[in-house]
Unconditional design. Sequence first.
Length: 131
Amino acid sequence: MAVPERIEPAINASLRADVDIQAICENRVYHLKIPQGTILPAVVHQRVYSSPYNTLMGYGSEGVTLMLNSFAVTWDEAKDLALAVRGAMSREPICAIFLNERDIMNETGDVFCISAEYACHQLGGYCHVHD
């Protein structure tokens, strides 16, 4: 039986390899949280929801909803980073569908975030036969 693949490493690698994202935030792409002391801009991704596709043969793969947050010290920079992320998420190997986006600002107004959700398909599972 095959174990489902984790999608998070693929997202991290894809975003870090994207030249448009690198031009804005270098390799500051993280899962779940930004390490303390990190300068902005940066991207944080997390799984929001996942649901397995069950078949008569068992678990095959799953639909995954992801949240990608683009943080920066100006709204323009956060928006540019979010657009670069959107481009990277639409290409191989992720091929995610953009669902929605919202603007967020912290209480002091010195950090801006564009928070976007994407839907994609995580491969792997128990009904796949491997030779």
